[in-house]
Design a protein around this ligand. Structure first.
Ligand code: B12
Ligand SMILES: *[C@@H]1O[C@H](CO)[C@@H](O)[C@H](O)[C@H]1NC(C)=O
Ligand SMILES: *[C@@H]1O[C@H](CO)[C@@H](O)[C@H](O)[C@H]1NC(C)=O
Ligand SMILES: *[C@@H]1O[C@H](CO)[C@@H](O)[C@H](O)[C@H]1NC(C)=O
Ligand SMILES: *[C@@H]1O[C@H](CO)[C@@H](O)[C@H](O)[C@H]1NC(C)=O
Ligand SMILES: *[C@@H]1O[C@H](CO)[C@@H](O)[C@H](O)[C@H]1NC(C)=O
Ligand SMILES: *[C@@H]1O[C@H](CO)[C@@H](O)[C@H](O)[C@H]1NC(C)=O
Ligand SMILES: *[C@@H]1O[C@H](CO)[C@@H](O)[C@H](O)[C@H]1NC(C)=O
Ligand SMILES: *[C@@H]1O[C@H](CO)[C@@H](O)[C@H](O)[C@H]1NC(C)=O
Length: 434
């Protein structure tokens, strides 16, 4: 007679490649996922009210969830369709990764991105998948010519993933470019492995691996598989004791890469840590919420091509009012340094701001006190304000330069609009290469 543990072991060996052990948000904490979804719904509604650009990442995240506000998702889809048509018609800037995200958001809404209604365009239709194929060709061409993509490998990976999910065959060249980039550490940003980039690349390669046309080429197939294994090893090396993989904001993507490949990891530990951070407000930026929500709901980006939209329920509860702590009245004092190693320059200033202020407020105060050394410019983005220049020195994506932000010597994992310095902290803006 088999003891139950032997029986479980047997079951385990009899079902190789089955999903990793149960990994889910405990019932008692599901309200934290609801909270994140409501943040994203609110952001979509605000975007619409202020006639801002709709954001495909938000819709993609809302679709890869167990709870839905169908009217908000529907109007977000319509907005995306209109927006994409006017972008193409007007020849407006449209990065490859953004095109990929639009395609994925539409596919996840069960609307074909290769057949978008577009009365103003010839034929009355827009084929966004064709646009994406062209964008990817430009990326590959730039890699061959200049050694780097037009954008970055995160976006190249998104492009491959989105095309694969649409069932588009990939050329051996494109597949090889991704494999070579992984092999030669091209997924590094600022000298360290970008877990976000590696994770999206794993998802793209995992999709390709399942492709019939590629399976017909055993050598390519085995190169894909060994690249996936290599990247997964690198991702696992970034796993911390707390369950965080890379940093807090790469964890959702990294976990997707592991789950999609049935890699065992202490997923409940990861979920526990993430949920504690959600409670603490660390995912209050809707963009960061949109990248963690799929994992918390048991989805990966590979689920995008097989969602059953007709089964969706309009079951997202309205947000429960959260108690907002009274505004702080105490001041904190922080040191702010702007350093440019290319010019051998470094300038520091002490500023006092209200406790709970963001780094952006610190910078504004510094610029007010000493405009010559601390004036700066920002550009709004879906993630919040991006710092484009300080002291008149601007980052440049051709030169791969940017203003990096650190606390002491640790690179920040949030932007200046989200990061809240502590009393006595030393913040640094360092002109860097990536
Ligand atoms: C590539 C990348 C960069 C590149 C962007 C330039 C380029 N030409 O590629 C570089 C290296 C310059 C960069 C810088 C920073 N980044 Co960055 N970046 C990414 C990455 C890997 C991909 C972005 C992308 O292409 N998305 C796809 C396209 C289609 O979307 P997009 O909205 O058009 O993308 C643009 C913006 O995302 C913008 N961008 C990139 N990073 C950041 C960060 C902030 C705060 C803002 C406002 C905008 C922004 O650049 C992208 C390309 O134009 C993401 C990973 C992720 N999970 O999203 C991290 C990510 C967005 N970055 C992050 C951070 C923290 C930063 C920095 C603040 C790091 C630092 N310590 O200085 C700085 C920004 C500082 C500043 N000047 O304001 C975090 C944001 C987390 C959060 N809580 O908000 C992410 C999620 C990475 C992570 N896991 O920590 N980044
Ligand atoms: C993980 O947590 C879920 C939900 O709380 C639970 O059902 C499952 O058994 C846990 N799995 C492991 C391996 O501990
Ligand atoms: C969906 O969200 C909108 C905007 O927040 C809200 O007005 C509406 O009541 C929500 N619908 C449902 C069914 O919860
Ligand atoms: C990429 O970063 C890793 C550390 O994360 C480092 O070991 C490796 O040398 C870097 N490679 C390149 C090409 O910069
Ligand atoms: C996502 O897809 C995987 C593989 O097909 C499947 O096992 C899993 O149940 C899907 N997730 C959800 C939440 O439907
Ligand atoms: C805090 O700083 C502000 C200026 O930023 C100043 O007006 C205020 O008096 C300070 N408050 C305290 C309690 O020091
Ligand atoms: C910066 O300093 C280094 C030595 O410390 C010197 O070699 C370099 O020329 C200086 N660069 C500039 C722009 O002053
Ligand atoms: C700032 O506020 C946080 C809570 O928001 C508190 O823990 C901290 O002690 C405060 N710091 C100062 C210097 O008042
Ligand atoms: C970025 O640098 C390149 C040269 O490396 C230059 O041609 C281009 O004009 C610069 N772009 C901006 C926006 O300054």
């Amino acid at each position: 007679m088999l003891s139950s543990s032997v029986f479980i072991l047997l079951l385990f060996f009899l079902c190789p490649g089955q999903p990793a052990p149960q990994c889910a948000v405990p019932e008692s904490q599901k309200d934290l996922v609801t909270y994140l979804l409501n943040l994203m719904v609110q952001a979509e509604t605000d975007n619409a009210q202020n006639s801002l650009n709709p954001n495909p990442s938000l819709l993609l995240g809302l679709r890869l969830a167990q709870q839905h506000n169908l009217s908000v998702e529907q109007s977000a889809l319509t907005k995306l369709q209109q927006d994409v048509v006017s972008k193409i018609q007007g020849g407006l800037p449209f990065s490859s990764g953004n095109v990929a995200l639009y395609c994925m958001a539409m596919q996840a809404s069960c609307h074909d991105p290769s057949d978008i209604p577009a009365s103003v365009l010839p034929g009355g239709k827009l084929n966004l998948v064709n646009v994406l194929e062209e964008k990817l060709v430009e990326e590959i061409f730039n890699i061959e010519k200049a050694g780097t993509p037009v954008t970055n490998y995160y976006q190249v990976s998104l492009d491959v993933l989105a095309l694969c999910l649409m069932g588009k065959p990939m050329t051996a060249l494109t597949t090889q470019v991704l494999i070579d980039a992984a092999k030669t550490n091209k997924f590094n940003l600022s000298g360290t492995f970008s877990v976000d980039t590696g994770s999206v690349a794993v998802l793209a390669l995992t999709c390709l691996k399942q492709f019939k046309t590629i399976q017909a080429f055993p050598t390519l197939q085995s190169r894909i598989e060994s690249t996936i294994r290599k990247l997964i090893t690198k991702i696992e090396q970034q796993k911390q004791e707390s369950g965080i993989i890379g940093n807090l904001y790469s964890t959702g993507l990294a976990a997707q890469a592991l789950v999609a490949n049935q890699v065992n990891f202490n997923c409940n530990k990861t979920i526990k840590t993430i949920l504690a951070q959600v409670s603490a407000g660390a995912f209050n930026n809707p963009m960061t919420a949109s990248q963690i929500v799929p994992f918390l709901g048991g989805y990966t980006y590979l689920n995008v091509s097989s969602l059953k939209c007709s089964a969706d329920q309009n079951n997202l509860p309205l947000p429960t009012p959260t108690h907002t702590s009274p505004p702080s009245s105490s001041n904190i004092s922080v040191q702010f340094t702007v350093a440019n190693p290319f010019l051998n320059s470094s300038n520091s200033i002490d500023v006092s701001v209200l406790n709970g202020s963001t780094l952006l407020t610190v910078m504004e105060k510094a610029a007010q006190l000493d405009p010559q050394h601390f004036s700066f410019t920002i550009q709004p983005s879906a993630y919040g304000p991006y710092v484009t220049s300080i002291q008149g020195v601007a980052g440049n994506s051709t030169d791969h330069t940017y203003w990096q932000f650190l606390s002491g010597t640790t690179s920040l994992s949030q932007g200046v609009g989200d990061y809240k310095p502590k009393n006595g902290e030393h913040l640094v803006a360092l002109f860097s290469t990536y």
